[in-house]
Design a protein around this ligand. Structure first.
Ligand code: MG
Length: 352
């Protein structure tokens, strides 16, 4: 038994063709990478621009201004009730385009994969992206895959970029809120943040809270058709409704007053928040939109929002005032007024 070779930890120089896990070769740009594209990404995202296999996607765009947006997704865990990192990556970018008033058309996706990621996990994520893209009516026309060594990432990260077209004459933005406007919210706050937190198993008990993650471009298109006088749309993601409204108040140089009794929160989300000392006003949403528009259009806007499943629980939550510029206040349920500040620091890391 002398001279026996110890093969423990030896590296096979040629990766097997049917790896069940992501290996460094999948990011090589060579045959394994081509296989991964041909077997995983192309069948799911298939469209002429992607199929062409060139360095960039050539796409048709209707008349209007281009709107571009980009976002990175590092959510943990990768799967949670109501969504997963792929669904989130598509919806997040679609919604950032939609709240600009643009029609989202095309996305690109960059994948950072950790060596050892099960291939079927990637498949599930990719199929979820495809389903979200189909629901939103967008195409994923270009992509990239890189693989990093085990321990250098956490399964998968996805960076998406999107292109949309702003119809001629439409102009929405955070600087356009005006005194006399009202603030609408398309549904209850905090579902996404609390659903992801619960999925980490750190609460110590089960909840049935689902993320609200959804593409909102359909809802927003119907809203804008009914109410072309909308001044501001924004999705209250990280930092929640409170932080998003503070951004708008600063951009527009106006005050915003919230009515505490109108703020929508599901009882289960409120219960978790109370237990953990969170304020749902600061918890992230991934399928909600804030709408700021002239008061006389509020009823029409609420009707338009409530006609879609994503906006069924839309409510009026506040009003825009001339003073104090750049501040958000809240009229509390007991009749007092308090300042609602921006989120300081990070409430929940890696929720999107
Ligand atoms: Mg946004």
């Amino acid at each position: 038994m002398t001279d026996s070779l110890d093969l423990t930890g030896a590296v096979c120089p040629i990766p097997l063709p049917h790896n069940e896990q992501i290996v460094l070769g999948h990011g090589s740009g060579g045959k394994m990478a081509a296989d991964l594209i041909a077997k995983t990404f192309l069948p799911a995202f298939d469209n002429p621009a992607l199929r062409a296999g060139d360095d960039g996607a050539v796409v048709e765009v209707p008349p209007g201004k281009l709107v571009l947006s980009t976002d990175s997704h590092v959510v943990s865990p990768l799967f949670f009730p109501g969504g997963d990192i792929g669904h989130l990556a598509v919806c997040g970018t679609v919604n950032d385009l939609a709240v600009m008033g643009a029609t989202p058309l095309y996305l690109t996706a960059g994948f950072i994969l950790e060596e050892g990621l099960p291939l079927d996990t990637l498949q599930r994520i990719v199929h979820s992206m495809r389903a979200a893209a189909e629901e939103a009516g967008v195409q994923i026309v270009s992509g990239d895959t890189k693989v990093v060594q085990r321990g250098k990432a956490d399964g998968v990260y996805i960076a998406t970029a999107g292109v949309g077209v702003l119809p001629p004459g439409r102009q929405l933005g955070g600087a356009q809120a005006q005194p006399g406007d009202v603030v609408l919210l398309s549904g209850p706050m905090g579902d996404h943040g609390i659903a992801v937190l619960a999925a980490r198993g750190e609460l110590g008990f089960e909840t049935d809270i689902h993320s609200d993650c959804a593409p909102l471009n359909g809802l927003i298109a119907r809203l804008l058709a009914a109410c072309p006088d909308v001044h501001v749309l924004r999705d209250p993601t990280r930092g929640g409704v409170a932080t998003t409204l503070n951004e708008i108040a600063r951009q527009s140089g106006v005050g915003i007053t919230l009515f505490e009794k109108n703020l929508p929160v599901r009882p289960a989300v409120a219960a978790v928040c109370e237990m953990l000392g969170f304020d749902p006003l600061y918890v992230a949403n991934e399928g909600k939109v804030l709408v700021i528009l002239p008061r006389q259009s509020a009823d029409r806007a609420l009707e338009a929002l409530r006609a879609s499943k994503e906006g069924r629980e839309a409510v009026l939550i506040g009003e825009v005032t001339a003073t104090p510029p750049g501040r958000v206040l809240m009229k509390t349920a007991i009749g007092s007024t308090r300042v609602v500040d921006m989120l300081a620091g990070e409430l929940l890391p890696r929720i999107c």
